[in-house]
Design a binder for this molecule. Structure first.
Ligand SMILES: Cc1cc2nc3c(=O)[nH]c(=O)nc-3n(C[C@H](O)[C@H](O)[C@H](O)COP(=O)(O)OP(=O)(O)OC[C@H]3O[C@@H](n4cnc5c(N)ncnc54)[C@H](O)[C@@H]3O)c2cc1C
Length: 412
């Protein structure tokens, strides 16, 4: 013991978790003149060799692109590598159902972009470095949280104490802060894993996101800039374990068979990993001087690639309300605006999660009449321009009631 007095560092807002959602939240707040600290237990990588491409990749919607552009992160992402996808093809391995979405049917030149998660994080942290209201603290692991009359305090593993009017937890699916705030979750394990890897294929991906529904779950091939594809393959946890243990050559054969040959021979595969999948939502998004966002609020099945897109909408909505509250000279501890945040985002997120869950269950059905019905439904949607346009719009994140950032408008 040195006998030194531990000083409490004070901020208006502290965001815990500097992943894609937390970093975007902090970035928006700092743009809005809010004194914000962003904490993460790891210091995110900013540079890496061009190859290999990381196997954690996300499909980002137009709405997410709007948010990241308005925050100033998009140029740093483009410089590190983003890949536009212009087409999406979904088909059923057991029936004749198929869906085809084409950007030509929209007002845009692409349906969305595939981006390595680390690219989005690095570009956001780069922007944060340039904002005088932002203070990035990493590595910094939060080990305790207390509520007192003047604010909420966070205790870091190294003994530092930080205090703020408002704490935002963006610390992921297993959020420790959510538990510390006494917020319970509802959820279940899918007993499925998302097997991820980067593969080289004989045929070009044609800037198309391909998804084939198989008995155990969908297999997606997502196009990457260098001609490779990022795969997300939903499998039972047991099968995923077996597939991870296969030698590369054997795995490529199994994958080729599962792909239905759509991209020809599978030539090479990078490191493989499997992420256990959960359906989980926070029963409340807020507590006194506290809010959750991103995966800390909702973890959903990745089959339609909507998790981080939903999280970025949380970030944009929450930041907009905090900035508005400050501009109106009202206290950031006010529960009124926090309730508005919960009302704004919780219903939308639950609807998205429920749709993913129903889709996952629908495609798990194997009895022939149900398979035929499913295929008929897919083909009906595929031939209805109006319904397809509606699906497209929703999948691109362009729905009603979007936060300003998602409409490419500043909120500060
Ligand atoms: C296989 C797979 C494919 C997916 N594909 C897509 C897709 O195509 N499109 C899409 O929209 N979504 C996709 N998702 C979902 C997406 O990956 C998540 O929604 C997203 O990563 C959540 O981001 P986040 O910032 O909320 O949380 P995280 O990425 O989990 O970040 C949490 C951060 O908090 C930090 N942290 C945790 N605890 C502490 C602590 N105590 N103290 C300090 N820091 C802490 C962590 O270090 C981390 O940086 C996919 C998910 C999976 C599993």
């Amino acid at each position: 013991m040195t006998g030194e007095k531990i000083m409490t560092e004070r901020y208006e807002v502290i965001v815990c978790g500097g992943g894609m959602v937390g970093a975007a939240t902090a970035c928006a707040l700092a743009h809005g003149g809010i004194k914000v600290a962003l904490l993460d237990r790891f210091n995110p990588a900013r540079q890496w060799p061009q190859e290999p491409i990381d196997n954690r990749v996300s499909a980002l919607t137009k709405a997410s692109q709007n948010i990241l552009e308005t925050l100033g992160a998009w140029p740093g992402m483009v410089q590190r590598g983003v890949c536009a996808y212009r087409d999406m093809r979904v088909w059923d391995a057991r029936g004749d159902g198929e869906l085809h979405f084409d950007c030509a049917d929209t007002a845009f030149s692409e349906l969305g972009h595939l981006v390595e998660n680390r690219v989005t994080v690095a570009a956001l942290w780069d922007v944060l470095d340039t904002l005088s209201f932002a203070h990035c603290i990493s590595p910094a692991k939060v080990v305790d949280m207390q509520l007192n009359e003047t604010g909420r305090q966070l205790v870091l593993e190294d003994g530092r104490i930080l205090e703020a009017d408002l704490i935002i937890a963006a610390d992921g699916r297993d959020s420790a802060l959510r538990t510390m705030a006494g917020i319970s979750v509802t959820g279940w394990d899918y007993h499925q894993d998302g097997l991820v890897a980067t593969v080289s294929t004989e045929l070009s991906h044609q800037s198309t996101a391909w998804q084939r529904f198989l008995e155990e779950g969908p297999l997606a091939f997502l196009p990457l800039n260098n001609g490779q594809s990022s795969i997300v393959w939903t499998l039972s946890s047991a099968t995923a374990k077996n597939h991870l243990a296969l030698a590369d050559k054997e795995f490529l054969l199994v994958l080729e068979q599962a792909s239905g040959g759509i991209l020809g021979k599978m030539l090479e595969v990078g490191p493989r990993a499997a992420v256990p999948l959960r359906f989980q939502y926070a029963n409340n998004y807020i507590a006194e001087r506290f809010a959750v966002c991103g995966d800390a609020a909702h973890a959903m099945h990745p089959l339609a690639g909507q998790g981080v897109n939903a999280g970025l909408l949380d970030a944009a909505a929450l930041a907009e309300l905090v900035i508005q509250t400050k501009q109106e000279n009202r206290p950031l501890a006010s529960t009124r605006f926090l309730r508005r945040y919960e009302r704004w985002r919780k219903g939308d997120n639950l609807m998205m999660m429920a749709s993913m869950d129903v889709l996952n269950k629908t495609y798990a059905m194997t009895t022939q009449p149900l398979v035929s019905l499913r295929s008929a439904g897919m083909n009906w949607v595929n031939h209805s321009a109006l319904i397809k346009a509606h699906f497209n719009h929703y999948a691109m994140g362009l729905r009603d009631d979007l936060p300003k950032l998602a409409k490419k408008q500043i909120c500060w």
